[in-house]
Design a binder for this molecule. Structure first.
Ligand code: PMP
Length: 285
């Protein structure tokens, strides 16, 4: 695989980052994952805008223009012959000469930029979408700025492990009685034809797929209600689902052992998945 590090295209075993990099020492960095379908980027613009917002919120100086970033994404897709898959992008606060809690001077210590591709043939035709996934609920003990897409992913990783230990696919996190989101996706329920999802605050990541799916839902005359919901309400819903750049729209058929509806994907989530894939493909670049 050819990867990108700070301006260079290298083979993955030649690519290197300093041991003093603050991404490595302090999880001081942000990331984006953009999906690729038909060799094209899905919602590149949305990801570029959120990346800039994450950097701004952390006072990090963006070392690469949006145009150059698009060029790097496209070049990696081309050289790695990605038809379906993902591109991972990470920007960390660079590598000062020693470990120090205080941020280094951005003029002398530039940010580190790394991109690599993940080849996932069959991503859009994922058979899991036919039967849906099962989740458990866990307490959300993450920090208070979940709207910033940082590489600090230890608790979500632990959440995935708790899900795995419970024999299910993922975990929905709960803060003060209300569902925030999945470990790496936004969470929704459907009740009486209404799509319900937590509003955009600092408590959740503002998903790029979330924005697109809610827009498509409204265009298809579906009702969207942005409000908090509990696990009990979710268990009693007609449907549940998640969204993310890599899962697109994925039905959830069980929460904490309770079946949602009849335990099979309903009509709303599969329809949204279809619309999302079709519409995003049309405008992919
Ligand atoms: N919430 C969290 C915590 C995530 O990690 C992700 C994906 N990285 C999402 C939501 C979904 O965001 P997107 O649709 O932009 O992939």
């Amino acid at each position: 695989r050819t990867v990108y590090v700070n301006g260079d295209y290298l083979s993955e075993d030649e690519a290197k980052v300093s041991i003093f990099d603050r991404g490595f020492l302090m999880a001081d960095g942000v990331y984006e994952v953009t999906s690729v379908l038909d060799g094209k980027l899905i919602d590149f613009d949305g990801h570029a805008v959120r990346l800039q917002r994450s950097l701004d919120e952390l006072d990090m100086k963006n070392p690469i223009s949006k145009e150059d970033l698009l060029e790097v994404h496209r070049e990696l897709v081309r050289v790695n012959e990605i038809n379906e898959g993902m591109i991972y992008l990470q920007i960390t606060r660079g590598a000062p000469s020693d470990r120090d809690f205080a941020f280094p001077d951005p003029e002398t210590v530039p940010c580190t930029v790394v991109l690599f591709t993940q080849n996932k043939p069959g991503l859009a035709a994922n058979p899991v979408a036919q039967k849906g996934i099962k989740v458990i609920s866990i307490e959300d003990i993450r920090w208070g700025r979940r709207d910033i897409k940082t590489v600090q992913l230890l608790y979500p990783s632990m959440g995935k492990m708790m899900a795995k230990a419970a024999g299910v696919d993922d975990a929905w996190m709960v803060k003060e009685g209300y569902v925030t989101e999945g470990t790496s996706n936004n969470a929704y329920i459907v009740k009486g034809g209404k799509i319900i999802t937590r509003p955009k605050t600092n408590d959740i990541l503002h998903g790029i797929t979330r924005a697109a799916v809610l827009r498509f839902a409204e265009e298809a005359q579906m009702t969207v209600e942005e409000r908090n919901f509990t696990i009990e309400e979710a268990q009693d819903a007609d449907e549940a689902f998640i969204t993310s750049a890599s899962a697109f729209v994925m039905p959830v058929v069980e929460i904490d052992g309770a079946q949602i509806g009849d335990g099979k994907p309903g009509s709303v989530a599969p329809r949204l998945r279809e619309i999302y894939l079709e519409e995003s493909r049309k405008v992919a670049i």
